[in-house]
Design a protein around this ligand. Structure first.
Ligand code: HXC
Length: 253
């Protein structure tokens, strides 16, 4: 499939996926979801980690408002569910997914960033859930992800007031993990990607799986599935890594 909005490029196992519809500040339209769904279902084996970013002054300025305005109640619900399914696919990819937030991450754009494993932001990035300005609420499961990520008070503050916050404020709230100068955003993100790629690949995959599965469970069940996966690394990658430590050398995974 030829992509029009998504521009994937792969180097050394890292796919940088650029959302490119800058004339509309990369607002997410139905073509975006078609392309993203296709891309996620056809990721080449060589891709070990994904970085999502936006072209121009926005990461993503939200869902495309012009596509939503005339929808009926049933269409609105279906629209939300369809977008949620694609974001869930991103969240459930077995490889790490990092958001490199270059500019506006508003509404559905902030929701997309939250569906990634973590977020590195440029000082030019702005975050917000301005849906109530439009008489709607976040619909790509952002209400759920945001309250889990930054706590109910911070989430409701952002969602009720539609306040746009800077990257530094987002860092303070725990919405992003690191803030860097705009010209260093990709370099720093790729450095982090490389660090992750140097770790035990199965352990990296399992740590994501365990956290995501556990968040949907009660504490005891969540801890149990952690122990089960912990055990699965023994006589396996875990032995390689621990033996290397004891022998004072680097592991070869
Ligand atoms: C459609 C959008 C858009 C959006 C920007 N554009 N955001 N089009 N949907 N979400 C378009 C503008 O209409 C304009 O098109 C062009 O992009 C440039 O935008 P400007 O407003 O001229 O730029 P600027 O003055 O720099 O303002 C930037 C901005 C503003 C502050 C980010 O664009 C803005 O407030 N955008 C809307 C943000 C928002 O409300 N997002 C949440 C959407 S609801 P033209 O053709 O005039 O040049 C949502 C729900 C998700 O995301 C859940 C769904 C299930």
């Amino acid at each position: 499939m030829e992509y029009q909005i998504l521009h994937p490029s792969v180097t050394d196992g890292v796919m940088v996926l650029t959302i490119s519809r800058p004339q509309a500040l990369n607002a997410l339209n139905s073509l975006f979801f078609t392309e993203m769904d296709h891309l996620l279902s056809h990721l080449p084996q060589e891709v070990k980690i994904m970085v999502i970013t936006g072209e121009g002054k926005a990461f993503v300025a939200g869902a495309d408002i012009s596509e939503m305005v005339d929808k009926s109640q049933a269409e609105g619900e279906a629209f939300s569910l369809a977008g949620q399914a694609v974001f869930r696919k991103i969240e459930q990819l077995s490889i790490p997914v990092i958001a490199a937030v270059n500019g506006y991450a508003l509404g559905g754009g902030c929701e997309l960033a939250m569906a990634c494993d973590f977020r590195i932001a440029s000082t030019l990035a702005t975050f917000g859930q301005p849906e109530v300005n439009l008489g709607i609420i976040p619909g790509y499961a952002g209400t759920q992800r945001m309250s889990r990520l930054i706590g109910k008070g911070n989430a409701l503050y952002l969602m009720m007031t539609a306040t746009m916050i800077s990257a530094d404020e987002a860092l303070r709230m725990g919405l992003v993990q690191k803030v860097v100068a705009p010209e260093l955003l990709m370099e720093e993100t790729l450095k982090i990607a490389k660090t992750i790629l140097s770790k035990g690949p199965t352990a990296t995959k399992l740590v994501k799986e365990v956290v995501n599965l556990g968040l949907a469970m009660d504490f005891d069940a969540a801890s149990k599935q952690e122990a089960q996966r912990f055990g699965s690394l023994f006589k396996n990658e875990g032995e390689v890594g621990m033996r290397a430590f004891l022998e004072k050398r680097k592991p070869t995974w």
